[in-house]
Design a protein around this ligand. Structure first.
Ligand SMILES: Nc1nc2c(ncn2[C@@H]2O[C@H](COP(=O)(O)OP(=O)(O)OP(=O)(O)O)[C@@H](O)[C@H]2O)c(=O)[nH]1
Length: 796
C-alpha cells in the first residue's frame, strides 16, 4: 500500500492531465475518492455496526490534499476554480477556528473550567460557581435542575474569541465550545457533540486521575477519531499528582501522553506552571487570575523536575513522530518550534495527547490550556469529513470547509425553546445564510432558513450568515436529529451518530387526567430532542412506557415534566428492556378465514421467518410471484409484521433480529382486505416465532470499576456473585481498574454494595454493550410471570 503522501503527490502530477481528460468526460467517477480512502487504509471503528455509519466520519489529512483530490473529479471542475482563487483567504480564516468539546468523568470540573474560559475570553463579566454560594450557578448549567443538582444534563454550546499572545504578537482565535455532561446516562449528549467537533479537551482530576467515566469518554473520542488535549484539573487539592494521572493516561487509556508543563508548588501551595517547551514560568495575577505573568526565572526547586519532564516529553514524542525520532537518534535536541510542530502532528494524528495542568477553581493556569487548544487541536480544514453521494450509489465524497462551495450541514441536536424548535447545525461546506432555501436530504423537503443564531448557553445572538466549519442554531426548521441539509444542488447525505439502545424502562402516567394533553406534549418533545429516550404505549396494559439509558436519565425526564410542564407523574418500578428473538428458520403457511353471515375475512400468507444474523434490525420482505397478493395487501402484511415486532410473543418485549419473507398466498375476491392480511401476518408471525426456538435477550453492560488495590478481592467476589465475565484487570501502584461484561439485570443495587465493599472509595460506570441470551432460568421465570399477568388480566 502506498502512503497517502505518495498518492497525493501522484495526483498533483496527474492534475493537469486529468483536467484535459475530464474535458472529454471520460474519467471514471469517484476514482480519486476511492484512491484516497484506500490510501488512508482505515479500519472500520469497532463500535460501528454498519459500514455506512463510519463513512460519514473523518480521517486526518491536510486541506490541500482534500481540495486537490476533489478537484480532480470532472464534476468538480467548476468548484476547482473557486477553490484555487479562494484558498489562501479561506485557509487564513479557518486556521483561526476551533470547534471543541469538553468531556470528562463526573465532577472533574468541566463546567468550572468552561466558566473560566468564558470569563477570560470576555464572554461573561463575572464568574459563578457550580453549587456556588451566590446561588446563580455556572453559565453553562442553564437548566434549574442542573444548577440544583450541580450536574450537567444537557450539553451546552457557546463561542468565544481568544486572543493568543505569542512572541509579543496577538492572534485572535474563534472557539466554538460544547460543555458535555459527565454522567453515562446522558451519553448521547457526548456522542452528538463529538460527532460534530474537531477536537476535545479531556479533563481529569489531579487526585483521582483516570476514572471509570474517563474510560468511557476515551472510548467515545476514539469512536469519532477526535484528537484531544488533556487538562489535569484540581491541582490545588490535597493529594494532587498530575504525573500519576499522566501515567494512567498512558497505561489505562493506551494513548501516548506527556506533560507540557510542571507545577510550581502543589496542593494549597499551587502557584503556577512551567511551560516545558519555552521553559518559562507562568503565573496568574489579578482578582480572578485574569492576567498572565511569564518569566524566564524558573523557581530553583522546580528546575530539575522541569528538565526531566522536558526530556520525557521529547522521548515520548520520538515514539510517535518521525522527525523527533530522527533527531533523537542523532542525539540532537529539537528546537522549541520543532517540538511544538511535532506535538501538533502527533495530536492531530491521534497518537498523542499533550497534558496541561491547573486549577479552574483557584483560577490558575487555565489560559495556557486555551493556548494549547489553538496550538494543538485541528482547525476545520484539517479534519476530513465525508458525505455520501446518493446520486452516485452513496460513494463517499469529501466535504471542504470553504464558504463559496454549495452548502452542506448536519442537524446534530434539537431543542425546544420559547420561540419554537431550535436546531443546532454544524456547517461542513459552504455557508448558511438567513433566507437561504435548504433541502432536507432525508425528506427532500425545501425550507427557508428564517433565523440563524449563535448560542451562548441559553442566550442567543442573531447573525445573518455562518461560514463553513462553524456551528450555529437555526429556528423554524422541522427535522429530526441527525438530518443532513444541502442547498439542493448536491445529493449528499451525512451519516448519523451512534445511538445506543435504551436499557431501562418504566411505566408512567400523569397523576391527574386533566394533565394528559401536556403529558403527551412533553413526551413528544423529549423524544424528538433525545434519541435515547423512547416512549411507547403497551397495547395490553394501555400503559405508557418510557425507556432510556439508566434510572437517572428517566428520573430527570419525570422531574422535567413536573417543572417544565407542571405535570406530576406516577411511575412504576424500573424494568430491564429485554428483547425477544428467534434462532432458526421456519416456514409458515397461514390462512385467516372467517365466515360470519355477510362479508367474511380471508387472507392466506406463506413464506418463512429466520434470524437476520448479528441481531440487526427486523426486516420484512416479499418475493411474491404471479400477483397472488397485491401490492396493497403486501403493505398490510408489512404493517402486521412491524406490529408483531413491537410486542414479542414471549414476554411482550420488542423483537430484535427477526426477518419475515412472504413469498406466496391467496386472496379472495370479496372477503380479502388490508385488515385481513395484517391480522393473518400477525397470526403467522406468532405461530412461526413459537416454532423457531425463540429466546429472551438481556442487555449486557460494559462495566468499568476502579478502586484502591486492597479492595480487589471484595470486588471480584461481588462480580462473581453476579455471573459477570471479567475481561481485563489493570493493576496500578495504588488502584486497579477492572473491565467486565455484566447483565444489567444483575446490577440493580450494585452501587450500594460497591460502596459498602470499598469504604466508599470504589466507583463504576456502565455502558450498553450488546444483547445476549438471558440465562435459561431467568427466561423461564420471565415467561411464567408474563403468562400469569395475562391470565389475571383475562379473569378481570
Ligand atoms: N478543589 C477544586 N475543586 C474544583 C476545581 N474545579 C472544580 N471543582 C469543584 O468540583 C465540583 C464539580 O465541578 P463541575 O465544574 O460541576 O464539574 P463537571 O465536570 O462539570 O460536573 P458534571 O457536569 O456534573 O459531570 C464543584 O464543586 C467544583 O467547585 C478545582 O480546580 N479545584
Amino acid at each position: 500500500m502506498q502512503s497517502h503522501g505518495t498518492l497525493v503527490a501522484q495526483l498533483r502530477y496527474l492534475r493537469p492531465r486529468l483536467r484535459t481528460v475530464a474535458g472529454a468526460k471520460s474519467l471514471p467517477s469517484n476514482r480519486c475518492q476511492c484512491i484516497s480512502l484506500a490510501a488512508q487504509n482505515r479500519p472500520r471503528p469497532q463500535h460501528f455496526p454498519l459500514d455506512r455509519r463510519w463513512q460519514g466520519r473523518r480521517a486526518q489529512s491536510g486541506a490541500a490534499a482534500t481540495v486537490l483530490e476533489q478537484a480532480a473529479e470532472p464534476e468538480n471542475l467548476a468548484q476547482e476554480t473557486i477553490i484555487d482563487n479562494l484558498a489562501p483567504q479561506e485557509a487564513a480564516r479557518l486556521s483561526r477556528v476551533r470547534n471543541i468539546g469538553i468531556a470528562a468523568h463526573i465532577d472533574s470540573g468541566k463546567t468550572t473550567a468552561t466558566e473560566r474560559v468564558l470569563y477570560y475570553t470576555g464572554r461573561i463579566k463575572s464568574i459563578h460557581e457550580v453549587r456556588g454560594k451566590d446561588a446563580v450557578g455556572a453559565k453553562m448549567d442553564s437548566m434549574d435542575l442542573e444548577r440544583e443538582k450541580g450536574i450537567t444534563i444537557q450539553s451546552a454550546a457557546t463561542f468565544c474569541d481568544w486572543l493568543k499572545t505569542e512572541n509579543g504578537k496577538e492572534e485572535k482565535y474563534h472557539i466554538n465550545l460544547i460543555d458535555t455532561p459527565g454522567h453515562i446516562d446522558f451519553t448521547i449528549e457526548v456522542e452528538r457533540a463529538l460527532r460534530v467537533l474537531d477536537g476535545a479537551v479531556m479533563i481529569l482530576c489531579a487526585v483521582s486521575g483516570v476514572q471509570s467515566q474517563t474510560i468511557t469518554v476515551d472510548r467515545q473520542m476514539r469512536r469519532y477519531n477526535v484528537p484531544r488535549i488533556s487538562f489535569v484539573n484540581k491541582m490545588d487539592r490535597m493529594g494532587a499528582n498530575p504525573f500519576k494521572a499522566i501515567d494512567q493516561i498512558n497505561h489505562k487509556l493506551k494513548i501516548h501522553a506527556a506533560a507540557m508543563q510542571v507545577p510550581i508548588g502543589m496542593e494549597d501551595e499551587f502557584k503556577g506552571v512551567v511551560d516545558l517547551i519555552r521553559m518559562k514560568a507562568i503565573y496568574n495575577e489579578g482578582l480572578k487570575g485574569e492576567s498572565i505573568r511569564e518569566t524566564d526565572e524558573i523557581p530553583k526547586d522546580v528546575q530539575q523536575l522541569a528538565a526531566e519532564r522536558r526530556k520525557k516529553l521529547i522521548e515520548t514524542l520520538a515514539d510517535v513522530d518521525d522527525e523527533i525520532a530522527e533527531l533523537f537518534l542523532e542525539e540532537k535536541t529539537p528546537a522549541a518550534e520543532q517540538i511544538k510542530a511535532a506535538v501538533r502532528r502527533a495530536t492531530i494524528s491521534l497518537k498523542f495527547t499533550p497534558v496541561f495542568m491547573g486549577s479552574a477553581l483557584a483560577d490558575t493556569s487555565v489560559q495556557p490550556m486555551l493556548d494549547g487548544v489553538c496550538d494543538y487541536l485541528p482547525n476545520p480544514s484539517e479534519v476530513e469529513n465525508l458525505a455520501l453521494d446518493r446520486r452516485r450509489e452513496e460513494a463517499p465524497v469529501k466535504l471542504v470547509s470553504y464558504n463559496s462551495l454549495p452548502f452542506v450541514g448536519l442537524a446534530f441536536k434539537l431543542e425546544e425553546s420559547n420561540f419554537g424548535q431550535l436546531t443546532y447545525i454544524r456547517v461542513y461546506q459552504g455557508s448558511l445564510r438567513k433566507g437561504l432555501n435548504v433541502y432536507n436530504a432525508r425528506t427532500n423537503k425545501k425550507v427557508k432558513v428564517p433565523r440563524i443564531v449563535r448560542m451562548h448557553s441559553n442566550e442567543m445572538e442573531e447573525v445573518s450568515e455562518i461560514g463553513a466549519g462553524e456551528i450555529c442554531a437555526v429556528f423554524g426548521i422541522d427535522c429530526a436529529s441527525g438530518d443532513t441539509f444541502t442547498d439542493g444542488t448536491l445529493g449528499y447525505t451525512m451519516t448519523s451518530m451512534f445511538v445506543p439502545e435504551p436499557v431501562i424502562s418504566l411505566s408512567i402516567k400523569p397523576k391527574d387526567n386533566k394533565d394528559l394533553q401536556n403529558f403527551s406534549k412533553a413526551m413528544s418533545r423529549f423524544q424528538r430532542e433525545d434519541p435515547t429516550f423512547r416512549v411507547h404505549v403497551d397495547l395490553e396494559s394501555n400503559e405508557t412506557i418510557i425507556s432510556g439509558m439508566g434510572e437517572l436519565h428517566l428520573d430527570i425526564y419525570v422531574e422535567r415534566m413536573r417543572r417544565e410542564y407542571r405535570v406530576a407523574c406516577e411511575t412504576g418500578q424500573p424494568q430491564v428492556a429485554y428483547r425477544e428473538t428467534l434462532t432458526q428458520r421456519v416456514p409458515f403457511d397461514h390462512t385467516l378465514k372467517k365466515q360470519t353471515g355477510g362479508a367474511g375475512d380471508f387472507a392466506r400468507v406463506m413464506g418463512w421467518m429466520e434470524p437476520t444474523g448479528a441481531l440487526e434490525a427486523n426486516q420484512f420482505s416479499e418475493e411474491v410471484k404471479g400477483g397472488n397478493i397485491s401490492e396493497k395487501y403486501l403493505l398490510a402484511c408489512d404493517k402486521g409484521f412491524q406490529a408483531s415486532c413491537e410486542k414479542g410473543p414471549l414476554i411482550g418485549h420488542r423483537v430484535l433480529g427477526a426477518k419475515m419473507v412472504v413469498n406466496d398466498g391467496a386472496t379472495h375476491m370479496t372477503d380479502s382486505s388490508e385488515m385481513a392480511f395484517k391480522t393473518a401476518t400477525q397470526q403467522a408471525f406468532r405461530k412461526a416465532f413459537a416454532m423457531a426456538k425463540p429466546q429472551i435477550l438481556e442487555p449486557l453492560m460494559k462495566t468499568t470499576i476502579t478502586a484502591p488495590n486492597e479492595f480487589q478481592g471484595n470486588i471480584v467476589g461481588l462480580l462473581n456473585k453476579r455471573n459477570a465475565v471479567i475481561s481485563e484487570t489493570d493493576i496500578g501502584p495504588e488502584d486497579f481498574t477492572l473491565y467486565a461484561d455484566c447483565s444489567l439485570n444483575s446490577m440493580f443495587g450494585f452501587s450500594t454494595q460497591l460502596r459498602a465493599a470499598t469504604q466508599g472509595k470504589g466507583e463504576f460506570s456502565m455502558e450498553f454493550s450488546h444483547y445476549n441470551p438471558a440465562p435459561m432460568q431467568l427466561q423461564k421465570e420471565l415467561i411464567a410471570k408474563h403468562e400469569k399477568y395475562l391470565a389475571d388480566k383475562n379473569k378481570k
